[in-house]
Design a protein around this ligand. Structure first.
Ligand code: SF4
Length: 570
């Protein structure tokens, strides 16, 4: 095949993100688009031949049949008359994108189909109908592969596949040189305005740790950091675009403390109005770092996974509960928002251990708990140990564990129910500021409280919306109020109810003003200043000492994030 001059060769780079949110923006695919376009701009394929990579990111369609979705996407891609097609494969999209590739092969077998992404690197896509599999970082190897394919008359799939000039099917990319990689933001490939004014911001690749359930456990042994000059320019871009929130992509942001502090200083100087989300290791926090975090708007996500040292040991992690709690106390003292990740179904763990982990996590006052069932991902150390550890998990996405010698399938289902109820009530319900106060009179642990909550949901026939479904804080608050009224049903506890209800409503209104810019009108039994004071941390003590003052107030966004004002006294 030869290409006439002034021909434009379109190379769509296609992916389906996990959800529609800034956190799931298609950064990997966009980076490949930017890298292809930079490569062919610097060194054209042939005179007057333009190679143009285009990002095709299709929103996930959870309620549409997979076959229908694949047919529609294949038709869309074929309409672009692509010279080659690239696919970015993840656990959540591999099945449907492999089907898209099969449909395209059937209709236009001459189009080279190239796949990359974590599922390819892990070896999970080996049998999928792609012509080329790029393992590792594709920023340099995908443009190189395309150059070979588009240059050669013989370099098409199908009849010419046996040509010895063709590249091998599986390509192992070396780590790309971070200094040369184009930014998907600065090149205009990604526009945060199209992603609810949010962005994923890649600062480093790789992780110095080797947790057995994580892709990083067997990947590159070193961490590659993006240059500070690029970081400065991207921050200027984000500030200019008035980006609302940024999810930092560096699996252990605080692995290199000096660099972490330096970037926090840059953020404070260049993008003070943007909210940042970081992933950190608790054991690497120190007062200087915590102080730097406290000077910007941000939240920290910390992998706890389990509170049991013997469980963590089996996945190459560790915990010293006292030290961990000490580090978290630094965050609480500085008023920094943080959340924990927990995993159930880890080898050596059981339902009792999972409940213990919930109790430990909640005792440290996190703002949120993200709880996941273990995925035994291909390409991880745990995947290799599946048999020896007796882990039962399918070899198809999302690879969720079905049973272990210690965690029966039935117990895993119970853990799943508990996890959903906990996330709904505590995290989506933004309960941190009042949870312990209202738990105390019930004289039970958080896990017992959440188990009762699951029973209540069943009895009341209340369905928790799936994590990808929209669910307003108001809706969760109504369920919280109903459950607390149910739990405070005894005569002794009933006297505490007005304060308990005020605490839920007032703190909920403040969280909505702060996080969503929303205004709420409330009727309260107690004075807001009293309810927001440290005395409300013990609702029984509060009720003994606080004076009832019926007030109508409005809670709204204000100078310090949120404020209240009285509208009418009744
Ligand atoms: S789980 Fe986090 S800390 Fe552990 S290897 Fe993966 S990225 Fe690193």
């Amino acid at each position: 095949m030869s290409y006439p001059s002034e021909r434009k060769l379109i190379v769509p780079v296609c992916t389906i993100p996990a959800e529609i949110s800034p956190q799931a923006l298609p950064l990997g695919a966009a980076s490949i688009v930017a890298a292809i376009n930079q490569s062919f701009a610097e060194k054209p394929l042939a005179p007057e031949t333009v190679v143009e990579a285009r990002l095709i990111s299709i929103p996930p369609e959870f309620h549409r049949a997979q076959e229908e979705q694949a047919q529609a996407l294949a038709n869309l891609l074929l309409k672009l008359h692509p010279a080659a097609l690239c696919f970015s494969l993840f656990v959540w999209n591999r099945t449907v994108l492999a089907r898209v590739a099969a449909i395209i092969q059937g209709k236009a077998s001459e189009i080279p189909l190239i796949a990359g992404g974590p599922e390819v690197t892990a070896g999970a896509a080996d049998k999928d109908p792609f012509h080329y599999l790029v393992c590792g970082e594709g920023d340099e190897s995908v443009p190189n592969l395309l150059r070979q394919l588009l240059q050669k008359e013989t370099a098409v799939a199908g009849a010419s596949k046996t040509d010895s000039d063709l590249p091998p099917r599986k390509i192992f990319s070396p780590r790309a040189n971070q200094e040369n990689l184009p930014s998907p933001y600065l090149t205009g490939t990604l526009n945060p305005a199209e992603y609810q004014n949010g962005a994923l911001w890649e600062l480093a690749r790789g992780c110095p740790f080797k947790c057995a359930y994580c892709y990083e456990s067997k990947g590159e042994k070193t961490v590659a950091y993006f240059p500070l000059e690029r970081i400065r320019q991207e921050l200027d871009f984000f500030a200019k675009q008035k980006v609302r929130q940024i999810f930092v992509l560096d699996p252990t942001y605080n692995a290199k403390k000096e660099r972490a502090v330096e970037i926090l200083k840059l953020i404070r100087q260049k993008a003070p109005n943007t909210f940042f989300h970081f992933e950190c290791r608790a054991e690497l926090l120190n007062p200087e770092l915590v102080a730097a975090f406290s000077r910007i708007s941000c939240s920290l996500q910390i992998g706890l996974q389990s509170a049991r040292p013997e469980v963590l040991k089996l996945v190459a992690r560790s915990i010293n509960r006292k030290e961990f709690a000490g580090k978290i106390a630094l965050l609480n003292k500085a008023g920094i928002i943080f959340g924990f990740d927990l995993i159930y179904g880890l080898p050596g763990d059981n339902l009792v251990g999972f409940k213990e982990s919930i109790d430990y996590a909640i005792s440290l006052y996190p703002n949120s708990l993200e709880i996941f069932r273990l995925s035994v991902l291909p390409g991880t150390t745990l995947f290799d140990q599946k048999q020896s550890l007796g882990l039962v998990a399918p070899e198809t996405p999302p690879y969720l564990v079905e049973s272990t010698p210690q965690f029966s399938a039935k117990d895993l289902d119970k853990a799943e129910e508990l996890a959903r109820a906990t996330s709904y009530f505590y995290s989506r319900g933004r309960a941190v500021s009042w949870f312990h106060s209202l738990l105390k009179p019930l004289r039970c642990s958080p896990s017992v409280f959440f188990t009762r909550f699951t029973e209540f949901l069943q009895a009341e026939n209340i369905r928790i919306p799936a994590i990808q479904d929209e669910c307003s804080h108001h809706e969760v608050e109504q369920v919280q109020l109903k459950f607390i009224q149910n739990q405070y049903g005894s005569p002794k506890l009933k006297s505490l109810l007005p304060a308990a209800i005020d605490l839920i409503k007032l703190n909920g209104a403040f969280s909505r003003a702060y996080a969503d810019g929303e205004k709420t009108t409330l009727s309260l039994t107690f004075h807001p200043d009293d309810l927001l004071s440290p005395y409300s941390q013990d609702v029984a003590f509060f009720c003994q000492h606080a004076k009832k003052t019926k007030l109508h107030i409005v809670v709204q966004p204000g100078k310090k994030g949120a404020e209240w004002r009285q509208v009418k006294k009744v």
